[in-house]
Design a binder for this molecule. Structure first.
Ligand SMILES: *[C@@H]1O[C@H](CO)[C@@H](O)[C@H](O)[C@H]1NC(C)=O
Ligand SMILES: *[C@@H]1O[C@H](CO)[C@@H](O)[C@H](O)[C@H]1NC(C)=O
Length: 409
């Protein structure tokens, strides 16, 4: 038995390497990347995924022009950025990529108090880049309600209205959507999903936002992290439930609905809170979700293996183009967090390690990239191949060492 357990991970890795070798042989006739081990995971690139967050809190990440090339290779068409950086807006010009830009939390108070400032902001950061840069949405602030700066709570809806008024005056309001992304801190009591409500101290600020969104037809944008929920309660949550892996799931006795993954349950919790506040027609969109590949010693769930599993399964979940148990007809839309590891982000180590790509553009872990297979090879692609091959070897050997260690202890 013990011997078998020792060998099992080897078998797995051997299979992986063997499969890769098969693809290596098949791909020999193609130019460029040698032995790019996409075989095990390749389905459709990221085409099934809805979108991705492109955060830039790092000065070692590829230039916006290189990022545009990468996004095209990955076949991702919807991108969310957190500001309105002009070099980025310029790089996205004439690319056909859809962009949601952000108005920083730091500007929200000023934009709330001055319609003129809102108009100037829209002219400088939106109108002057249209139509070549396809700006499709503006997120006013990020995670303001429930966040640490409660001074901003009361400024949010006024800022949205001022920006929306400016868009209307410029006749841009029909092509550009106003939103704001909420964290799960706006909710209380999210289990079972149907019992979820907005927090008592938040509902006062949330109601006018929802009222306004209902009027202008905007969705409810949620940043949802099964990674964080799992880490809050690892004793009682099956990690497979958080990772979309086979598990027993959970059951909501009030609605008689069954959940086989945590993200679906978190989305339905948001639907339940909206319904209870009187907004049962509003759509929920996931503006951020992801899993960290590295963390501090108290963040043991942050591993390359878990991050890859989560993002790979998330992509499969999105490609099904299905709704959730509570809203089966409303196809789930989610933006993955994030494109790059961002070493300048504050907080625990996990915060800096959500990227699908390392800062230098090489792949942090592979969830199936078919896009990288054209003749447009660059040094970066080569590095990605090299890195991945090394990764497969390292993984195989480190799994063995780890197992030996745990056996010895
Ligand atoms: C938002 O703007 C309104 C109108 O100018 C003002 O009365 C209110 O105090 C502002 N709120 C905050 C939090 O700045
Ligand atoms: C899953 O359900 C089966 C049958 O009810 C049970 O025996 C098993 O312990 C459950 N597994 C977990 C991880 O809860």
């Amino acid at each position: 038995m013990m011997i078998f357990m020792l060998i099992l991970p080897f078998l797995n890795q051997f299979l992986l390497v063997a499969l890769n070798f098969r693809y290596f042989v098949q791909k020999l006739d193609k130019p460029g990347c040698f032995s790019f081990p996409t075989g095990v995971f390749s389905i459709q690139g990221l085409a099934g995924a809805y979108g991705i967050n492109y955060g830039r809190l790092a000065d070692n990440i590829p230039s916006p022009d290189e990022v545009v090339r990468l996004l095209r290779q990955l076949k991702i068409r919807n991108i969310r950025i957190f500001d309105s950086d002009h070099t980025v807006l310029q790089a996205f010009s004439r690319t056909g990529l859809n962009l949601v830009i952000g108005l920083n939390n730091g500007l929200v108070k000023d934009i709330n108090s001055s319609a003129d400032h809102a108009m100037n902001w829209v002219k400088d950061n939106v109108q002057s880049f249209l139509p070549n840069t396809r700006i499709r949405g503006i997120a006013i602030g990020n995670e303001i309600l429930g966040g640490s700066d409660s001074d901003l709570y009361g400024a949010l809806v006024g800022a949205m209205k001022n920006v929306h008024d400016a868009l209307r005056k410029l006749k841009l309001h029909e092509q550009i959507q106003i939103t704001t992304a909420h964290s799960q801190a706006v909710f209380s009591n999210s289990y079972p999903p149907s019992s979820c409500r907005f927090r008592d101290d938040i509902i006062y600020y949330m109601k006018p936002v929802l009222e306004f969104f209902q009027k202008i037809g905007s969705p409810f944008c949620l940043n949802a992290y099964p990674f964080l929920s799992y880490m809050d309660d690892p004793e009682n949550i099956d990690i497979n439930y958080a990772l979309f892996e086979p598990n027993n799931g959970t059951y909501d006795p009030i609605t008689d609905l069954h959940y086989d993954n945590m993200l679906d349950a978190q989305i339905d919790a948001a639907y339940a809170a909206l319904e209870s506040a009187g907004y049962n027609k509003m759509e929920v969109i996931i503006t951020e979700t992801g899993w960290a590949s590295k963390g501090d010693s108290n963040e043991v769930a942050a591993t390359v293996r878990n991050a890859r599993t989560y993002n790979y399964n998330l992509r499969k979940r999105l490609a099904k183009r299905k709704g959730t148990p509570m809203r089966p007809k409303s196809v789930l839309k989610a933006y993955i967090f994030a494109l790059f590891n961002e070493y300048q982000k504050p907080g625990p180590t996990s915060e800096r390690n959500f990227g699908l790509f390392q800062a230098d553009g090489t792949i942090a872990y592979n969830i199936g990239f078919q896009g990288i297979g054209s003749s447009a090879y660059s040094l970066k692609d080569f590095q990605a191949c090299y890195h991945l091959s090394l990764y497969a070897i390292t993984l195989a050997s480190s799994a063995a060492v780890l197992l030996l260690l745990t056996r010895l202890l």
